[in-house]
Design a protein around this ligand. Structure first.
Ligand SMILES: [Mg+2]
Length: 380
């Protein structure tokens, strides 16, 4: 029999549901405080308990109606919405509920990739838009019925498009973008709606007259390539409705990270520590879901002038869970801030916690298996 052609043809109809939990921390709290449903609720440090430089971690949609946003300074949120009910953050609880969400998704889909504490890309067991939408509505209803948690879901044949659609589905909706509708769906959106396009890239695009994805689709390739390199070309492909196929990592990922741009540039140590802890907790949850352990921790800081520095530390053995990740990242932050204190003393604009040298749980068993008959293991 002749060999099959080696060339890989991308499957056009692999539908992805991008699940993004609505006001996740607040929604977790409401499961035990139904009396607060329908009221403006904020998870974060209550400014009424004393002056705080902390930020809003999550706000109910009722609070958002007052202009409250996550990552906003708590003091500002309190002024915008004096009647808000403030609840202190309970990260272990949110992580446990996030694991329940992932478990619920895994029961329904052959493949679930957790991308943050409250976001996951879920393969749809469906072959067309109607089937994918039905599946998305089923999992949305199941998360609501089984866990009491609301979500928004974007459905598309490409993960990035599905993620953007999930933003448009908020709160509580499902937005489906078939492949031939991608360009038209994206065209009116600001370029910042594309994941990975932050303030810096946005400024670069605006400097060549590109503010919307539609304008991005029409921008000259040469200008995009000159200013943004390969990323510029990727963006243009996406804008034209033909995003590059997703790269599937077959042999395990090399790294994972969680990043956050601060609501305002900050040099406040306790604020930065809290950000690092939250990023580490979220990242550890994603790693645990993927059954990955980490051996190197990276902390990256973008200073107020956009310069980026990073520092890594290898651990003596592969770790799992948030503890080693957050303590190591906090130590690296210490070192970066100490170096900066002797120099330009810049404030921090954005933070990223990364995990590298990832090892799959179970890799050890596989290696044991390879030793074969000599290993006298009894499997019950
Ligand atoms: Mg969310």
């Amino acid at each position: 029999m002749p060999a099959l052609p080696a060339r890989r043809v991308p499957e056009p109809d692999r539908w992805v549901a991008y699940v993004d939990m609505d006001a996740f921390y607040v929604s977790c709290e409401l499961t035990s405080r139904p009396d607060l449903a329908g009221r403006p609720v904020i998870v974060g440090p209550d400014p009424a308990r004393g002056p705080t430089r902390g930020v809003v971690l999550s706000a109910s949609y009722e609070a958002r109606a007052f202009g409250v946003r996550s990552a906003q300074p708590a003091a500002l949120a309190a002024r915008l919405c004096p009647e808000a009910v403030w609840l202190p953050a309970d990260f272990p609880r949110y992580e446990a509920m996030a694991e329940s969400v992932r478990a619920g998704l895994r029961r329904r889909s052959p493949r679930v990739v957790a991308l943050s504490i409250d976001e996951a890309a879920v393969d749809c067991p469906a072959s067309d838009a109607a089937g994918a939408e039905r599946f998305a509505r089923e999992i949305q209803a199941a998360l609501r019925a089984e866990l009491g948690l609301p979500s928004s879901i974007g459905v598309a044949t490409h993960r990035t498009v599905a993620k953007i659609a999930s933003d448009r589905a908020k709160p509580g909706g499902v937005v489906v973008v078939p492949p031939d509708a991608i360009a038209a769906f994206l065209a009116p959106l600001p370029v910042g709606a594309i994941p990975g396009v932050g303030p810096k890239t946005r400024a670069v695009l605006e400097s060549i007259g590109v503010a919307t994805v539609g304008a991005l689709a029409e921008a000259p390739t040469s200008a995009l390539r000159a200013r943004l390199g390969g990323f510029g070309e990727e963006l243009r492909r996406l804008a034209r409705g033909r995003p590059a196929p997703e790269v599937e990592v077959e042999h395990g990922p090399r790294s994972r990270s969680a990043a956050r741009t601060l609501p305002a540039d900050s040099a406040d140590r306790s604020e930065l520590d809290r950000d690092v802890t939250e990023l580490a907790v979220g990242l550890a949850g994603s790693l645990a879901h993927e059954h990955l352990r980490y051996q190197t921790v990276t902390l990256a800081v973008r200073w107020t002038d956009f310069e980026r520095v990073q520092k890594s530390r290898s651990l003596p053995a592969a770790q799992s869970g948030p503890q080693a990740l957050s303590t190591t990242a906090a130590r690296l932050l210490d070192e970066l801030l100490a170096a900066e204190a002797g120099g330009r003393r810049r404030a921090v604009r954005a933070l990223s916690v990364g995990a590298e040298r990832l090892v799959r749980e179970g890799a050890r068993q596989r290696r044991l298996d390879e030793f074969g008959a000599g290993t006298a293991l009894t499997v019950k």
